[in-house]
Design a binder for this molecule. Structure first.
Ligand code: OGA
Ligand code: NI
Length: 347
């Protein structure tokens, strides 16, 4: 197994060449715009307003901050607390969970950028714990950490709440596309892909040289992100510029992922985002993903197409998508683009 330096927080890592990203990936932090208008969607609004706000946010930004979502604040805080406690454990307590294979259930992974010139792996200034959350009863927790002792219970309780929020959001998004309210839920199939990722970014002495998580789009349908308040780090690309998202207290960040962009035939946008670090505060986040089942197929929704809006993608299976996703490991991935009709790269 490759050995790599592991963040043994609370002692921040020292910058070594292994963490210094190639020039083209450096975050250029003095040149970040503030997006004061990232849409806020209020679940307490009237139905029509809610649908309208969601539709606008998904079309223009691909991201929104959801308030009055109904998940208790103390539960959200507890989730981030147990995750932080877990990542603060010494190296010895985590080493058995370490994996060099991306997206292994219950495993820790360190993301990296492949330096095109040297072919070296440049590691991100962050750590991620990936796991599934299916079945949504207690069984999925057997892959989760046992320290701190409340980890499994807290995360399981939170996941249950998020699962019902996701059901509501899928219905609202279906309606915002002019479809039956159960359309997306049905389209997800009997056995949707339910995964999650806890992210931890220790303070970094030189945030200009590193990234917490490189630029990427999420690959499923929807992501619900819970993140520390009072510390920025998530940035979103809009019109070729990076914007910082300032978390609204109590809000969850929701974003459109690749399969929803394809299903909507590019109406809704799965946008590039990344996490940057800062030199004083650690940052913890927890992303919950929902996507189509493994062997299910994805393509633009027939009901949304007509002669003025022909399909922009061919149909593909999630297996095919994931094969291409893995082919692009270490690069700035462009996976859905591979399935574009007349894109020149389509096979
Ligand atoms: C992710 C992600 C952002 C963050 O896990 O896919 O984009 O702020 N996380 O941790
Ligand atoms: Ni993401």
């Amino acid at each position: 197994m490759t050995t790599f330096q592991w963040a043994n927080d609370p002692n921040p890592l020292s910058i070594t060449p292994k963490f210094i990203v190639p020039d083209e990936n450096k975050p250029n932090l003095t040149n970040i715009s503030h997006l004061d208008s990232i849409p806020i969607v209020d679940m307490n609004n009237d139905h029509e307003v809610l649908i309208h706000d969601i539709s606008r946010a998904c079309e223009e930004y691909g991201f929104f901050q959801l308030i009055n979502h109904g998940i208790p604040k103390d539960l959200c805080e507890n989730v981030l607390e147990v995750i932080t406690e877990f990542f603060h454990l010494p190296y010895e307590d985590k080493v058995d969970m370490l994996s060099v294979t991306h997206m292994e259930d219950g495993k820790l992974f360190k993301y990296y950028i492949k330096d095109e010139k040297t072919k070296e792996k440049i590691f991100m200034w962050g750590e991620a714990l990936f796991h599934t959350w299916h079945p949504v009863d207690v069984r999925f927790v057997q892959n989760l950490p046992t320290i701190p002792p409340s980890y499994r219970k807290v995360v399981a309780t939170y996941i249950k709440e998020v699962a019902s929020l996701i059901t509501q959001l899928l219905s609202l998004i279906s309606q915002s596309l002019g479809l039956d309210e159960d359309y997306l839920q049905r389209r997800l199939g009997e056995n949707p892909k339910r995964t999650a990722q806890a992210n931890y970014y220790p303070p970094c002495p030189n945030p200009d040289l590193t990234l917490g998580l490189r630029d990427h789009t999420d690959i499923n349908i929807l992501t619900i992100l819970l993140a520390d308040e009072g510390v920025t780090g998530l940035q979103v690309l809009k019109a070729e510029k990076w914007f910082e998202i300032d978390p609204v207290p109590g809000a969850l960040i929701v974003n459109v992922a690749d399969q929803l962009q394809v299903l909507s035939n590019d109406k809704y946008k799965s946008v590039q985002h990344r996490a940057v670090t800062n030199d004083t505060k650690k940052r913890t986040s927890f992303a919950v993903f929902i996507g189509p089942e493994e062997h299910g197929f994805v393509g633009p929704i027939q009901e949304l197409l007509d002669e003025n809006n022909p399909p922009k993608y061919r149909n593909y299976t999630i297996d095919e998508f994931m094969r291409e996703y893995r082919n692009q490991e270490g690069k700035r991935r462009m996976v859905k683009e591979f399935f574009k009709i007349d894109s020149g790269v389509n096979k």
